[in-house]
Ligand binder design. Sequence first.
Ligand SMILES: NC(=O)C1=CN([C@@H]2O[C@H](COP(=O)(O)OP(=O)(O)OC[C@H]3O[C@@H](n4cnc5c(N)ncnc54)[C@H](OP(=O)(O)O)[C@@H]3O)[C@@H](O)[C@H]2O)C=CC1
Ligand SMILES: CC[C@](O)(C(C)=O)C(=O)O
Ligand SMILES: [Mg+2]
Ligand SMILES: [Mg+2]
Length: 335
Amino acid sequence: MAKVYYSNDADMSYLNGKTVAIIGYGSQGHAHAQNLRDSGVNVVVGLRKGKSWDKAVQDGFDVKTVAEATQASDIIQILLPDEIQPDTYKNEIEPHLTEGKALFFAHGFNIHFKQIVPPDNVDVVLIAPKGPGHLVRRVYEEGFGVPALIAVEQDASGQAFEIGMAYANGIGATKAGVLKTTFKEETETDLFGEQTVLCGGVSELVKAGFETLTEAGYQPEIAYFECLHELKLIVDLMYEGGLTGMRYSISDTAEYGDYVSGRRVIGEASRKAMKEVLKEIQDGTFARNWINEHKSGRPNFNKMAQADKESQLEQVGRELRSMMSWINDKQTVKN
Ligand SMILES: NC(=O)C1=CN([C@@H]2O[C@H](COP(=O)(O)OP(=O)(O)OC[C@H]3O[C@@H](n4cnc5c(N)ncnc54)[C@H](OP(=O)(O)O)[C@@H]3O)[C@@H](O)[C@H]2O)C=CC1
Ligand SMILES: CC[C@](O)(C(C)=O)C(=O)O
Ligand SMILES: [Mg+2]
Ligand SMILES: [Mg+2]
């Protein structure tokens, strides 16, 4: 079982006299910066000129270039998109990463796959909230916290874990619980989860269900409601009460169908495919492919994204969501 740490295990004095640079002010960046500031920590934000820069200034932060923010700080939390991090690190962070500083991440990809190799004389720590940044901020404002993972890859100071726990406390995570892991475990399980279940698995399941119904002659709008729209209702029930909670709320007819048909759809073939995906994550094949895809201008990524955007499922979805006043879909085209 994972070891879990709470507020009593954190000592904020490890951040006394220290400045934290939050590099990036997107989903995670704005939440870490604001929560730490509200917890009394001295924060600067590192960015390039643009939308996020203006927002961070508007939110009252001392905003600097990434190089200046790194220079001015003791703890540097990199909250840039993962594929951008290696170049920004090389050009703007590494030259100012002097002995005794600490490099923080919210996802282990670049350390685990050696796209960033920090010097031996700095701490390397992971604080990964298990929720999107806007939830991390909202729950903190409500007086609670979102659970997070903590991992130490390099402990140059001898205090890397304690500094990490103080940081986790500053963003509110210790109120919920902070689970100890490693960069390897966080990276591999995060990639596995998003590819096979949360993003890749669910998207393909939805597409397959929608196409099966429409090919059988059912109306696309009805297929959309049954295979995508209602997913949220079911996921919300799972989120609140696990599989048992979800099954408590659905009809017995649905529950019986769940038991007898679910495993026919996600059967041995899917489990075998999941094992293959996991192996390619573990042996670095996926990381190598993604890094090369990004470096070569993302031709396949763009092609696949475009194909799904133009699919009947997405066209019907945009139309139907425009009828739903409570949904804020920035992509919905209203007639
Ligand atoms: N999103 C999430 O829920 C979670 C994310 N993570 C991890 O957190 C990290 C950050 O992800 P996320 O918050 O989603 O990222 P976002 O895409 O939301 O934000 C990225 C930020 O980086 C800035 N940025 C992009 N390129 C540069 C650059 N070249 N120089 C300076 N600033 C730049 C962007 O500013 P601009 O406006 O200028 O583009 C923006 O402020 C990643 O490691 C991710 O894996 C971990 C857990 C959950
Ligand atoms: C599930 C997607 C995720 O892993 C996340 C928000 O945790 C990501 O990389 O965006
Ligand atoms: Mg994740
Ligand atoms: Mg991820």
